[in-house]
Ligand binder design. Structure first.
Ligand SMILES: Nc1ncnc2c1ncn2[C@@H]1O[C@H](COP(=O)(O)OP(=O)(O)OP(=O)(O)O)[C@@H](O)[C@H]1O
Ligand SMILES: [Mg+2]
Length: 333
């Protein structure tokens, strides 16, 4: 089956000022540096990794909100580019985004109902159902009661606002929903409600999702597949169950051990909690060889000079780590 979303060799580099602002000292920041992934229809792919590893930049590239430096994004078999032409607008209807901060995503001057009706007025409508009626139906589906419809964003709770954002994203019946940290700005008490709602909606609407999160417990709950990003690259990928229960990359093990996900027996390789050394390196100055080597307790001299290739560990489980290339080539065991 052709995947709904196909990303190949995607890169986005930014030019940023170097340390010396007096010299024309431009440096290249490799925010996304060669990502290849695909998502089958109806499946949810989680993207995890520390702050600054390129998750949001990748989400923007997938939706064609910013241009790529290199690589391709294909949605439903058609290329997605950042050119705001007719094809882009037609595709955007089917690809919606939910951001971290619901207040920032909403227009303070519009009521909840107006916010949800707006996309139906912007995009061509087949005229079968009145926009306001379709909006109300969607609002009820996300658990908003009728008395909230005429409220403005500042008159709603954080959880209610995120439901309005969800209704606004889903009212066009998209096939792909990109969620960028959709619950991290919410009160802990409502996080689970919103996650359960998303889980129900994706099943009811047969949504395909790209789900960006710091929270591995949530990823385990909601995602079919997971991709672990480090410095703009995917270093491990596979079924969420497999990767989170049997993480192969030392970085994934460290992320998991930091939250001690229930059931992740192998997270710590039997040695207790793994503390990552130091801060994530600067994407302006990506380490040579394996970019994780300066923080890796298992790094060898080889890791400092040679970038690991992708190694297949199982049907859907891949990792980029010399520990595994050595095992698979029989030279390191
Ligand atoms: N417009 C831009 N200009 C320059 N650098 C940028 C720009 N947008 C993002 N970056 C840089 O690209 C890198 C990746 O940023 P991105 O926002 O994608 O990270 P993230 O994984 O979403 O982080 P977080 O978990 O904190 O949201 C960061 O170093 C960031 O500073
Ligand atoms: Mg982000």
């Amino acid at each position: 089956m052709t995947p709904l979303l196909n990303v190949t060799g995607l890169q986005r580099h930014f030019f940023v000022e170097g340390k010396n602002e007096w010299l024309a000292d431009k440096k290249i920041l490799r925010a996304v540096d060669g990502v290849t992934l695909s998502v089958q229809r109806g499946k949810t792919l989680g993207i995890v990794g520390e702050s600054g590893c390129g998750k949001s930049t990748m989400a923007k590239l997938v939706l064609g909100l910013i241009p790529a430096t290199a690589g391709t994004v294909e949605f439903d078999g058609k290329p997605v580019t950042a050119q705001r032409n007719r094809a882009w607008r037609a595709a955007r209807r089917h690809m919606q985004m939910v951001y971290q901060d619901p207040l920032g995503a909403l227009d303070r001057r519009l009521t909840a109902l107006e916010q949800v009706t707006e996309p139906l007025l912007i995009h061509e409508n087949n005229g079968e159902i009145k926009p306001a009626v379709a909006a109300q139906t969607m609002m009820r589906a996300v658990g908003l009661t009728d008395n909230l419809f005429t409220r403005y964003p500042h008159e709603l709770s954080g959880g209610q606002r995120q439901r309005v954002v969800l209704a606004r994203a889903l009212v066009l019946k998209p096939s792909l929903l990109v969620c960028d940290e959709p619950i991290s700005a919410l009160d802990v008490s409502v996080q689970a409600q919103v996650i359960n709602l998303l889980d129900d909606l994706r099943q009811q609407m047969n949504l395909t999702m790209l789900f960006i999160s710091h929270d591995l417990r949530v990823v385990r709950h909601i995602c079919d597949e997971v991709a672990v990003m480090y410095l703009g690259r995917i270093i491990e990928q596979g079924s969420a169950k497999e990767v989170l229960s049997h993480p192969a990359h030392p970085y994934t093990r460290a992320l998991i051990s930091a939250v001690s996900t229930p059931g992740a027996k192998h997270a710590t390789a039997g040695s207790g909690r793994i503390i990552l050394k130091g801060e994530p390196p600067n994407p302006v100055d990506v380490p040579t060889g394996c970019s994780f080597h300066p923080r890796c307790a298992m790094a060898t001299a080889h890791c400092k000079t040679s970038a690991p290739a992708v190694t297949r560990l199982g049907e859907s489980h891949t990792v980029s780590c010399h520990l595994h290339t050595m095992i698979h080539h029989g030279s390191g065991s």
